[in-house]
Design a binder for this molecule. Structure first.
Ligand code: ATP
Ligand code: MG
Ligand code: MG
Length: 380
């Protein structure tokens, strides 16, 4: 019996555990809070990721370890990797958890990125702003997620407010200034890479964010074959450079047919949740297969799929469940403003049928605005 250890016990760990059950796997989750939602399906070690005793207990009970959370301290991941196999490797994790290291690597690999500069002081912010120009975004280098730790600078006059908001973090997690990309669309490549180097991307996904948080994902994204190949090539080059094993997502901005890389998520990703019902093999299943050195499953789509995120509180399930291609995921988390508490996936064989299903669900739940961009894309 193989036990997979997962650092981080949120909904990603929960969906990994659910997906691994048919493979006969056992799971052990480590999280710093006792009520982490993956704990409803897997035993847990509760402890700080920097606590050596807790990490040692975790290491002694697992055969292989992975992450549901990229902000596990890189030193903890390294400590663990000296005791059990850890995938993805700690270097890949460390690169992805620092926006400066990540963007520097993208650029080295020839993957286009928005202009960026490291910022350590108020003077460096002024210099970076002069070089990059407004609009731009000041972000923390580390520990940001769901758009947290970001300040949008619309005109140079916003620089003081940006420094007021984030300057104190320059010395702890570091800051980076990035040019604002007036993108037409946001896309992501979710892909799996096996221990043997096999690379399998899912169809390209289009994503819509609200206030920096993912709201809707639609697959396949409407894109010509050349754009898809370019996106896959970027993802593959990155995975090979990092000797990455497991599933990851590369977030991309699309502007005038050009792809600019935003960030690398070194784990299964919210924009890949549709793969549970919309693909022959889900991202969760393929992540486990990759980590265990098993053959990867086919990543082809079954029709078209659209995922709707539920933020803050769960809506009524009935309108989604009433759809022939409707699937419901409740993460079992207490409601809280801004928190991802669940999602729904709608699947259909044609763009027209998927648009109609989205409209019915949007109307029934009073979420017309949430589904509207995906409906219009499907009707283009
Ligand atoms: P995630 O939850 O995806 O990890 P995050 O906190 O790491 O989010 P980003 O992905 O950097 O944050 O930004 C969140 C969203 O904010 C992006 O998906 C995009 O919509 C917008 N955004 C971020 N950076 C830029 C940029 N340079 N130009 C335009 N929009 C941006
Ligand atoms: Mg991120
Ligand atoms: Mg992001």
């Amino acid at each position: 019996m193989t036990t997979v250890g997962i650092l981080g016990g949120g909904q990603l760990a929960r969906m990994l555990a659910l997906s691994g059950a048919p493979l006969g796997l056992r799971f052990l989750v480590m999280d710093n809070v006792a009520d982490a939602c993956a704990g409803q399906f897997a035993p847990m070690v509760v402890g700080d990721y920097r606590d050596e005793a807790a990490l040692a207990e975790f290491a002694s009970r697992v055969d292989v370890a992975t992450f549901d959370f990229e902000n596990v301290p890189a030193e903890s991941a390294q400590w663990l990797a000296e005791r059990v196999p850890v995938f993805p490797n700690p270097r890949a994790l460390a690169t992805a958890q620092d926006r400066l290291a990540e963007k520097t690597l993208f650029r080295e690999l020839g993957i286009p990125v928005p202009p960026f500069a490291a910022v350590e002081t108020r003077e460096e912010l002024a210099a970076a702003l002069a070089a990059i120009g407004a609009p731009c975004i000041l972000k923390t280098r580390r520990l940001g997620y769901d758009g947290k730790g970001q300040f949008r600078i619309r005109t140079p006059a916003d620089a003081d407010a940006a420094w007021e908001a984030l300057g104190a973090q320059a010395a702890t997690v570091g800051l980076i200034l990035e040019g604002f990309v007036a993108f037409e669309r946001e896309l992501s490549v979710v892909a799996a890479r096996g221990r043997d180097g096999e690379f399998r991307p899912w169809p390209l996904t289009e994503n819509w964010h609200v206030d920096g948080v993912l709201s809707v994902s639609l697959a396949p994204a409407r894109a010509d074959a050349a754009l898809v190949e370019r996106a896959y090539a970027h993802a593959r080059r990155l995975a090979e450079a990092l000797d990455y094993v497991g599933v990851f997502a590369l977030e991309l901005f699309c502007r005038d047919g050009e792809l600019l890389a935003n960030e690398l998520a070194p784990r299964v990703h919210n924009s890949g949740h549709w793969t549970i019902e919309g693909s022959e093999t889900s991202q969760f299943q393929n992540h486990l297969r990759a980590v265990l050195g098993l053959p990867l499953g086919d990543t082809r789509m079954l029709g078209r799929a659209c995922m709707l995120n539920w933020i803050g509180a769960m809506p009524d399930a009935a309108p989604v469940l009433a759809e022939p291609g409707g699937h419901w995921h409740d993460y079992g988390k207490p409601p809280r403003a801004g928190r991802k508490v669940g999602h729904a996936t709608l699947r259909a064989d044609s763009a027209g049928a998927l648009a109609a299903a989205l409209e019915r669900v949007g109307r029934a739940l009073g979420r017309e605005a949430q589904v509207a961009p995906a409906v219009s894309r499907l009707r283009e």
